[in-house]
Design a protein around this ligand. Structure first.
Ligand code: SF4
Ligand code: SF4
Length: 142
């Protein structure tokens, strides 16, 4: 018999648009880009994939490309803490904070909550939606 996860009754989350998760701080500084992201974002910006990679990404052989962050924040964060590519933002940004690695009680109430003031506030996300988002992210980065 499989036991229920700790978030079986759902988790509360509401983005306050503080922009903190788009700023430069340790482990959440990396926004990896999946194939889906590399299809959508350059088109939205009117760039070829090559131009987008050269201008906005860090590429390391054997790893997914990731967005360049300058010292302060993601290059796509504007002065009002809004994302300039919001309609096509990377999957990792779209599914935050429901990532598999965040779905540990200590991580959720520790570094994730420290980074994100929207944790444990707002609407209740049911377990099925939490797991759908976590799986979508995992699947895109296989
Ligand atoms: S840190 Fe949380 S509340 Fe702030 S912008 Fe990111 S998701 Fe929204
Ligand atoms: S792409 Fe947009 S949502 Fe993602 S880190 Fe950059 S500014 Fe934030």
């Amino acid at each position: 018999m499989s036991s229920k996860p700790w978030y079986d009754k759902g988790l509360r989350f509401e983005c306050t648009q503080c922009g903190n998760c788009c700023k430069n701080h340790g482990q959440y500084t990396f926004v990896n880009l999946s194939e889906r992201d590399l299809e959508r974002i350059p088109k939205f910006l009117g760039l070829t994939r090559r131009e987008f990679l050269d201008r906005y990404c860090l590429s390391t052989p054997g790893f997914f490309p990731s967005l360049k962050f300058d010292e302060a924040a993601c290059t796509f964060l504007d002065e009002h803490n809004r994302c300039r590519i919001y309609p096509v933002r990377p999957l990792q940004c779209e599914t935050w904070p429901f990532w598999t690695e965040n779905l540990e009680p200590k991580v959720w109430s520790g570094e994730v909550k420290d980074c994100c003031p929207g944790i444990d506030h707002g609407p209740l996300y049911p377990r099925e939606e939490i797991e759908r988002r976590a799986k979508a992210t995992d699947d895109d980065f296989r």
